[in-house]
Design a protein around this ligand. Structure first.
Ligand code: NDP
Ligand code: 8X3
Length: 255
């Protein structure tokens, strides 16, 4: 059953990977979309592709979620109710140990993954509470359930996403607003290229000799979470490739 048709869905970080795949699956199911990300040209191209192929309404908002004023401007400029907010924009920056890591990497992750997500949630949840309807879906990670070496701050930001999801659900207790998170393991997107500051060779090694998840795999889970009946609130889902058993245990086959 499709409960998504004609719903309005705001997706942050729709220019690549999980966010873009999510935009596609929601458009395919008749949702009208508000898409964000910093790379405007990609948003323009995606919007025209979705409008043409699926006949849905798509509005784009090119901005940096680290800028709280821009988050407010985006939400304020949407006049219709926002049925679903998918807080997907995020990144890992670096994989350096605690004693040598770069402060600017830490700031980028904290400001995007925690503060950006909080800004969007703060502005949208206020509106959802007023109309007693809505669904906030946060993209967490296996890194929000476990830590790993070199991941002190990335893992901390994703642990924060888990805590924010749980606390938001409690804050909105008694309303019809749902709060969920989807927590993937290894997904082959631009994630590792961003983590290694554009080093494609290092990025490819992350997915070497294993079959990682794809953005589409996670988009399907996000769609499933959003498409439950209104009384069903999935709080979290951990989704791993079969070759991954924890944040650090990954089975790689010989070439
Ligand atoms: P990608 O790098 O492919 O996509 C990240 C998206 O986030 C892009 O659309 C990017 O858009 C957007 N983004 C990043 N920083 C900002 C910013 N400051 N302001 C606005 N948008 C921003 O990676 P994924 O698709 O893999 O990542 C999506 C989410 O999934 C992230 O939260 C990530 O932590 C999480 N995740 C990823 C996993 C993986 O293995 N890939 C596993 C578990 C969770 P733009 O650059 O245009 O601004
Ligand atoms: C991304 C997955 O394992 O690189 O959140 O942290 S991992």
């Amino acid at each position: 059953m499709n409960r998504i048709k004609e719903k309005t869905v705001l997706i942050t970080g729709a220019t690549s990977g999980i966010g873009k795949a999510t935009a596609l699956i929601f458009a395919d199911n008749g949702a009208n979309l508000f898409l964000t990300g910093r790379r405007k040209e990609r948003l323009v191209e995606l919007a025209s592709q979705l409008t043409e192929k699926y006949g849905v309404h798509v509005q784009i908002f090119p901005f940096d979620v680290r800028d709280r004023n821009e988050c407010k401007r985006c939400v304020d400029s949407i006049n219709e109710p926002i049925d679903i907010l998918i807080n997907n924009a995020g990144l890992a920056s670096g994989l350096d140990p605690i004693h040598t890591a770069d402060f600017s990497d830490w700031d980028a992750m904290i400001d995007t993954n925690i503060k950006g997500l909080l800004s969007m949630t703060r502005y949208v949840s206020e509106r959802m509470k007023k109309v007693n309807n809505g669904h906030i879906i946060n993209i967490g990670s296996i890194a929000g359930h476990e830590a790993y070496p070199g991941g002190s701050v990335y893992c901390a930001t994703k642990h924060a996403v888990k805590a924010i999801t749980q606390a938001a659900k409690m804050d909105l207790s008694g309303t019809n607003v749902r709060v969920s998170s989807v927590s993937p393991g290894l997904v082959d997107t631009e994630f590792s290229e961003v983590r290694f500051h554009g080093n494609k060779q290092k990025a490819e090694q992350v997915y070497d000799n294993l079959k990682p998840l794809t953005g589409e795999d996670i988009a399907e889970i996000i769609y499933f979470v959003a498409n439950r009946p209104e009384h069903v609130n999935i709080l979290d889902t951990i989704v791993l490739p079969v070759a991954q058993s924890s944040a650090t245990i990954v089975h790689r086959t010989d070439k």
